[in-house]
Design a protein around this ligand. Structure first.
Ligand code: ZN
Length: 297
């Protein structure tokens, strides 16, 4: 029936058979009853191998799906358990949700995408879920992607840097792929052992394929790169080049300003008797932000 298939498409469960569509007056939610197709039945929730049925589990259960307009929606189906020779007794896999998830794949994917593009408050309010739930969804999707995609494959030109959080009390070391512009690796810490775990994960063959590494002047990065990628060209990244030039220019400006304000006419007293720069010294004092803009341009 075309109408039933539309419901499956709407909720991202087109791989299953939609049996019923109803409105739960008590919960004020749309509930779509589905069943798993024969070819997808009795598969291990972890490895997806076909396994013998163990029992009916806890009977019918619901998975939160993407909202239908202003109304929350749930997919409802049987959740039997199977006995996998590798993973033991587990809940059988369903094609519309990841193993152990209380949300559909479409819901998980939407939350994860939103988390990369907007604030956590927006995600929480828009999707009507708790913030800890956002974290567990992101972890689930990340594990799923990591099992399918090798982020470290094909790296040639990379950038290494550190970023701080917790008011500069903690640091993350991050690695980006300059060819794709994507973050490919990050870990807590900003020292040589932390960065070494990245190159260990990369392996000697792929380390040898790295041609360029950009970084700031941190000695621990330089030493680690020298150890693992001795043939790679090390470059200073533009952010730090501009920062160093700005700092150097400002140091020279301060020297010139101090010299000028000690000259006759270089300073005066204001109405409250405070010493203030005057003449050429006043112009140099105000030149700070202009100099920064020149360097940045
Ligand atoms: Zn299994």
């Amino acid at each position: 029936m075309p109408g039933v298939r539309v419901w499956g498409r709407l909720l991202g469960v087109h791989a299953a058979v939609v049996e019923t569509v109803g409105f739960d007056e008590a919960e004020q939610v749309v509930v779509v009853g589905v069943r798993v197709r024969r070819r997808d039945r009795d598969r291990c929730g972890v490895c997806s191998r076909r396994c013998p049925r163990y029992d009916a589990g806890r009977g019918r259960r619901r998975w939160r799906a993407l909202d239908l307009g202003t109304v929350r929606a749930f997919v409802e189906a049987d959740a039997p358990r199977v006995r996998c020779h590798e993973h033991g007794v587990v809940v059988a896999a369903v094609p519309w949700a990841r193993h152990g998830a209380g949300h559909t794949r479409a819901f998980d994917d939407t939350v994860t995408w939103l988390a990369t593009t907007t604030s956590r408050t927006t995600v929480r309010q828009l999707m009507r879920i708790a913030w800890p739930t956002v974290g567990s969804i992101i972890s689930r999707v990340r594990a799923d992607i990591d099992a399918q995609v090798d982020r470290l494959a094909g790296l040639r030109r990379i950038g290494i840097d550190e970023i701080s959080y917790k008011k500069n009390h903690r640091y993350l070391t991050v690695v980006v792929d300059h060819d794709t512009g994507r973050l490919v690796w990050a870990a807590a810490g900003n020292d040589k052992p932390t960065l070494a775990t990245f190159f260990d994960a990369l392996g000697p063959d792929r380390c040898a394929q790295i041609t360029h590494v950009s970084a700031d002047a941190a000695a621990w990065i330089a030493r680690t790169v020298q150890q693992y990628c001795p043939d790679a060209i090390r470059c200073a990244d533009p952010f730090h080049v501009v920062k160093w030039a700005t700092d150097a220019l400002d140091a020279v400006r301060r020297q010139a300003w101090n010299t000028a304000r000690r000259q006759p006419g270089g300073s005066s007293r204001d109405r409250r008797g405070r010493r203030a720069s005057a003449g050429a010294a006043q112009g140099m004092k105000r030149a700070r932000w202009g100099a920064c803009q020149v360097v940045c341009v």
